[in-house]
Design a protein around this ligand. Structure first.
Ligand code: FEO
Length: 174
């Protein structure tokens, strides 16, 4: 039955697996950002909490975009199981460092899909995934800019307050 279904789509099994893994990764990213929003909120960084809530929504939108693509090309989209995510962070700065690390991992995973699409001559998927290549450039840039605020403004005295304030600007441009 599975083989019969596969004959009705040009989507290769290997690509389908990578795309479903990406669905899971985006869902996990969405969940990670929710945990970051909660940490920021309970530690008094309201703008950063709002920023991470927005990021979480974006990641869910990414997940749905890939999920929908898998269905469109005749694959089997799998509703993802999410592993537990980290809820506690050592400092305000470490939240943003974790966010950047997460985005770098996503970029690497997206790049693997590009590579494999080319190898399998799946140009439809390569074309589809290019949107994510561009999106990751932007998301990594936002994450780096947030971390730079800690160096530019400094963490002493009222520094953290002003860093949280400056996150608003990144959030409005994101
Ligand atoms: Fe959709 Fe920022 O990874």
């Amino acid at each position: 039955m599975k083989d019969l279904l596969r004959q009705r789509t040009s989507l290769k099994e290997e690509i389908e697996i990578l795309l479903n893994n990406q669905v899971k990764m985006e869902a996990e990213a969405s969940s990670k950002y929710l945990a970051m929003a909660s940490w920021c909120d309970r530690n008094g960084f309201k703008n950063s909490a709002a920023y991470f809530m927005k990021q979480s929504e974006e990641e869910r939108a990414h997940m749905l975009k890939i999920f929908n693509y898998i269905m469109t090309v005749g694959g089997t989209a799998v509703s993802p199981e999410i592993a537990p995510v980290r809820q506690e962070f050592a400092s305000f700065r470490s939240v943003f460092e974790a966010a950047l690390q997460s985005e770098i991992s996503v970029t690497q995973s997206i790049n693997r899909i590009v590579t494999q699409s080319r190898r399998e001559e799946d140009y439809g998927t390569e074309n589809f995934i290019q949107w994510f290549v561009n999106e990751q450039v932007e998301e990594e840039d936002n994450a780096r800019r947030a971390i730079e605020l800690f160096d530019v403004i400094g963490e002493e005295g009222t520094g953290l307050y002003f860093i949280d304030k400056a996150i608003l600007k990144i959030s409005s441009e994101a």
